[in-house]
Design a protein around this ligand. Structure first.
Ligand SMILES: C[S@@+](CC[C@H](N)C(=O)[O-])C[C@H]1O[C@@H](n2cnc3c(N)ncnc32)[C@H](O)[C@@H]1O
Length: 218
């Protein structure tokens, strides 16, 4: 009986410690070697616990998305938040979503068709070279993406270019993500690219930053 209790004790203590150690190792590896999340992981991160923490129907409003907006989403994964955002912008609006992984784009396209949503345009593109005109979007958002990008400063300059002068840029990040960036780091990088913080929502486990364009002197 005592041996059994001892084993249970080690499991209860050991499992969280193992998770923390594994998470730290993955974080260190990802810090030095960044690459896009493999597409087979898209279902795994789109799970009921995640949807509880980050409810798809509430997230677009949290990102400052309003009906009628033209929105860019970077890195849609499974497309759960893309579909929710398309519903929020409605018929007068549109969601353009880009991903470097063609398989992710196929997933979103299939999902939009299956759900009868026709205001989503999904295309393969890289954040460093966005195939859009200057000032095209009313809002840009991404969830758990910027930490995967090797040169976030370069990406931020592209976001600045394709965002309208009154547009907003939103980042949502949550802690289990091995690429989770600190809010302070993201704000510093965005500020260097010409943005200023409009508001910060949430807490250290799950935060959202809303940034706007700083006026540039000519
Ligand atoms: C961790 S997943 C997040 C997926 C989704 N936003 C979510 O929260 O469920 C990151 C996504 O960013 C995409 N991505 C990574 N690097 C990219 C790049 N340079 N340009 C465009 N998309 C990129 C990945 O392919 C992947 O779909």
């Amino acid at each position: 009986m005592i041996t059994l209790l001892r084993i249970l004790f080690y499991i209860v203590l050991g499992l969280p410690a193992l998770v923390i150690v594994l998470h730290t190792i993955i974080r260190i590896v990802r810090h030095f070697h960044k690459f896009p999340m493999p597409q087979f992981m898209a279902n795994a991160i789109d799970n009921p616990l995640r949807r509880k923490i980050q409810p798809p129907d509430k997230t677009p409003a949290r990102h400052g998305i309003e009906p009628g907006m033209i929105v860019l989403e970077v890195g849609p994964g499974n497309g759960t938040y893309t579909v929710a955002t398309a519903r929020r912008v409605g018929n007068r609006g549109k969601v353009v979503t880009i991903d470097i992984e063609p398989k992710m784009i196929e997933r979103v396209t299939r999902r939009a068709q299956a759900e009868g949503i026709d205001n989503i345009e999904a295309k393969v593109a890289d954040v460093y070279d966005l195939p859009f005109e200057d000032g095209f979007f009313d809002a840009i958002y991404m969830i758990a993406v910027i930490g995967e990008i090797p040169e976030p400063d370069r990406a931020m300059r592209e976001f600045y270019r394709v965002l309208s002068s009154s547009g907003t840029l939103a980042f949502s990040e949550f802690l289990p993500d091995p690429d989770y960036p600190r809010a302070k780091t993201l704000i510093r990088k965005a500020t260097a690219a010409g943005f200023r913080l409009q508001k910060k929502l949430g807490n250290v486990f799950y935060y959202t930053l809303i940034l706007e364009k700083e006026e540039r002197e000519c």
